[in-house]
Design a protein around this ligand. Structure first.
Ligand code: GLA
Length: 391
């Protein structure tokens, strides 16, 4: 398989509902959906309060369920392979909830623990076609889908920005991943045919129209599994905090280019300096892309994509040989304005901004030159999380 095709909301909902009826012997009463995402630019800057520009994808996590009149929260999850996994935990005292095994259930536990009102026991079925371990936020998709399901179940509707923050907190506390706010924010607030410029300091966001007629975003999954719960991501975050501390500013968002000279004068650690340079320049690139994209200045946007990738590879050191190889193939391919890795890095996907009519040729180039097994999809900016009606 070289093409990832989104199954669509109604197919996934039907699958989840049929499974629920078969497993629990009654109809579900509440349902929700939440997408995955790719980030156009603004990488490894959200935890420095910078600007990011992600889009929500048509791939979805769907949750259906109902109260079960017990104190037990039960989850039955159908993986893309068709394999079924389940988990359960008590809802009696939220304060008593602790991370544990199976690891995937921690995303759900974290959401239940952080939901702003008491949750009674429930039965749920989860289905998802968001590619896992591919850097397109299958975790945030699961968290936000579950949070949205709880909103539908309890009738307690939460402000979307607060919802994104609570899901981020869930990820910090339960799976233990110190992520920024980008993923949960776009998964919650994404809009069809738009990218979202998020100011990760004020949490104010602006919808930026993305015209998919002239240029498209081709996503290439390197098929190198990315794992962010290791030490690399927290290390980058800590290095950026160290730079901000040295400059006596709350975060690198407040740093200017001159401050990099100041860090040099302070004989700051070489790695810390490189990380700070990436963040300061990447924030500026993101603001520029948000201006240029609606004006269809695709050549200029493409050059900023390449610069972003180089910086992520050389300064932030979060790329890997396969992602670098894919960007090099894109650089030599016809009709490509620019390309870069997207997401946390160490595997996952590359995106290319390119002319629509060259998509097939570029795919052929990648298939014949890339040493790994690529999977493609053209990114259609889609809607964020929503409650689904069970008619
Ligand atoms: C992961 C994190 C995000 C963000 C990206 C890198 O996806 O969850 O918060 O930091 O990496 O931009």
């Amino acid at each position: 398989m070289t093409e990832a095709v989104a199954k669509g909301e109604s197919t996934l909902l039907r699958q989840a509902r049929d499974k629920f009826v078969a497993a629990f012997g009654r109809e579900p009463t509440a349902a929700s959906a939440a997408p995955g995402r790719v980030n156009l630019i603004g990488e490894h800057v959200d935890y420095c309060e910078g600007f990011v520009l992600p889009v929500a994808l048509p791939f979805l996590t769907i949750v259906v369920g109902a109260y079960n009149d017990t104190d037990e929260c039960r989850i039955l999850s159908i993986l893309a392979s068709g394999q079924e996994v389940d988990a359960s935990f008590p809802a009696t005292s939220v304060a008593a909830l602790k991370p544990g095994e199976p690891a995937w259930a921690n995303y759900v536990k974290g959401v239940v623990a952080n939901f702003p009102s008491k949750v009674r026991g429930f039965d749920t079925v989860v289905v998802s076609d968001v590619p896992m371990g591919s850097g397109v936020s299958s975790s945030a998709s699961l968290e936000v889908a579950f949070f949205t399901f709880l909103e539908a179940l309890t009738g307690n509707r939460v402000d979307p920005v607060e919802k994104a923050q609570l899901c981020q907190k869930a990820e910090h506390e339960f799976p233990g991943m110190p992520c920024g706010i980008m993923d949960q924010f776009i998964v919650t607030l994404g809009k069809k045919d738009h990218a979202l410029l998020i100011d990760c300091r004020s949490l104010v966001s602006t919808q930026i129209p993305v015209d998919s007629e002239d240029a498209v975003i081709l996503v290439v999954n390197s098929n190198v599994k990315h794992q962010l719960t290791g030490s690399e991501y927290p290390q980058r975050r800590a290095q950026c905090q160290e730079a901000a501390k040295k400059l006596k500013i709350p975060s690198l968002r407040s740093a200017r280019v001159e401050d990099l000279e100041e860090l040099k004068l302070q004989k700051c650690d070489e790695l810390v300096l490189k990380r700070a340079k990436h963040v300061v320049e990447e924030i500026a690139r993101t603001e520029e892309v948000a201006q240029l994209l609606p004006q269809k200045e695709f050549d200029a946007v493409g050059q900023l994509f390449y610069k972003s990738h180089e910086s992520l590879s050389k300064l932030m050191e979060v790329s890997c040989p396969e992602l670098d190889e894919l960007v090099d193939i894109m650089r030599a391919a016809p009709g490509v304005y620019g390309a870069r890795m997207t997401g946390g890095g160490f595997g996952g996907c590359v995106i290319a901004l390119m002319k629509k009519e060259y998509v097939d040729i570029v795919k052929e180039n990648v298939i014949s030159q890339y040493k790994g097994h690529p999977i493609f999809f053209v990114c259609r900016p889609s809607d964020g999380a929503r409650i689904l009606q069970l008619a």
